[in-house]
Design a protein around this ligand. Structure first.
Ligand SMILES: *Cc1c(COP(=O)(O)O)cnc(C)c1O
Length: 371
């Protein structure tokens, strides 16, 4: 068996078999039995000894989860706090933002992030991008140099398009300009390399890390964390620690921490290579799907493929029929995902490393039958 086949088999063996074909990891991956069991065991433990006593005994496992996220983002374990998701992480960060409320972000910025900037009172300007929505770091240096914003926000990999942003090059430009870089790694963590010199990174559990829903993380480097606004009640807690203070689903955080550990054990680089391979395979097999156009370049190193209808197909309806008639799970992404860039909904296909070539071929056949 080849190394990628072994990787895929181990991932499959760690889970229940899917009921149908799951090509929807950008929305929500399938959890491992170990992650599910860790959360369930903690819930049982809470009922035996009390929720707050159980939380104390969970601390080392949660620390390991934070340390795993730190390893994947180039941060330190103490820089990482749990949230309930990516959107929550951004809200928390904006809520304690210590500088001017000005941000430069992609024209293809995630819609709910745009709304968070708006409600946080941020003035926004667009980073310069190419025709695929990929930022041009040199053009960004030129555009921002004279009058830099107080934050550059980069969504490293979008929800509506599997195109990788040059995180490290943007981080270098931000360092040069002295502007903090905040990275939305909701789709990027455990999918593409997220070790970069960013000042803050946040992500979700349920997507490529395959943890439970309702968990996320926020990592902030000390230089920025030390500036964040602390609440009056902070006492000995840092502003960052205060963000994690409050009611939380500890069981889910434990499941997440197990998922992070399993990802690290599988080998992040091997997973990235396999995901890139599956993206290439998907785009190749769907290249001539009648009535659809593959948006990404075939070799884009991600497992997200988006199909734009060329002949009036409705992605919402096609997604529903793929599930109902073929047992194939995908996402219909509406323009609210990137309201400043998208003009029509797309169909998103996002296999994890367990997908078989047969799965993608089944999708190609089903699409032909439906459109
Ligand atoms: C899913 C997603 C989010 C929001 O994540 P939640 O955990 O649902 O809050 C933010 N940004 C991008 C690019 C996403 O794909």
């Amino acid at each position: 068996m080849s190394a990628p086949e072994t990787l895929a088999r181990d991932w499959r063996d760690a889970r229940l078999p899917p009921a149908g074909v799951h090509l929807d990891s950008a929305a929500c991956s399938r959890q491992s039995l170990a992650a599910i069991e860790a959360a369930a065991a903690h819930a049982r433990h809470e009922s035996e000894v009390g929720g707050y006593v159980a939380a104390q005994s969970a601390a080392p496992a949660l620390d390991a989860g934070r340390a795993g996220v730190a390893a994947l983002t180039g941060m330190s374990p103490d820089d990482v706090v749990f949230t309930t998701g990516s959107g929550n992480a951004l809200q928390l960060l904006l809520g304690v933002w210590p500088m001017e409320r000005t941000v430069a972000c992609l024209p293809g910025e995630y819609g709910p992030n745009l709304a968070a900037f708006e409600s946080g009172g941020f003035t926004r300007r667009a980073l310069p991008v190419d025709g695929l929505g990929r930022v041009d770091p040199d053009a960004a240096r030129m555009a921002l140099g004279d009058d830099p914003p107080a934050m550059v926000h980069l969504t490293a990999l979008a929800s509506h398009r599997g195109v990788v942003q040059p995180i490290s090059a943007v981080a270098a430009v931000c360092r040069e300009l002295g502007v903090p870089l905040v990275v939305d790694a909701a789709q990027a963590l455990a999918h593409i390399d997220c070790v970069a010199d960013a000042d803050a990174v946040y992500s979700s559990s349920r997507k490529w890390l395959a943890g439970p829903r309702g968990v996320g993380v926020l990592a902030v480097r000390p230089a920025l964390a030390d500036l964040l606004q602390s609440p009056d009640w902070a006492g000995p807690l840092s502003a960052l620690q205060c963000l994690e203070f409050g009611e939380a689903n500890i069981a889910a955080r434990l499941g997440f921490s197990v998922a992070v550990g399993q990802h690290l054990a599988a080998g992040p680089e091997a997973v990235r290579q396999r995901l890139a391979e599956l993206g290439r395979l998907t785009r190749t097999l769907l290249a001539d799907a009648p009535g659809w156009r593959v948006v990404e370049p075939v070799d884009e190193p991600t497992a997200i493929t988006t199909l734009a209808p060329t002949d009036g197909a409705d992605p919402v309806q096609v997604r529903a029929r793929l599930i109902a008639e073929h047992g194939i799970v995908t996402t219909a992404a509406g323009i609210e995902r990137a309201p400043l860039e998208m003009t029509a909904p797309v169909l998103r296909i996002s296999p994890h490393i367990d997908a078989y070539t047969d799965d993608i071929e089944a999708l190609a056949t089903a699409l032909r039958a439906l459109t």
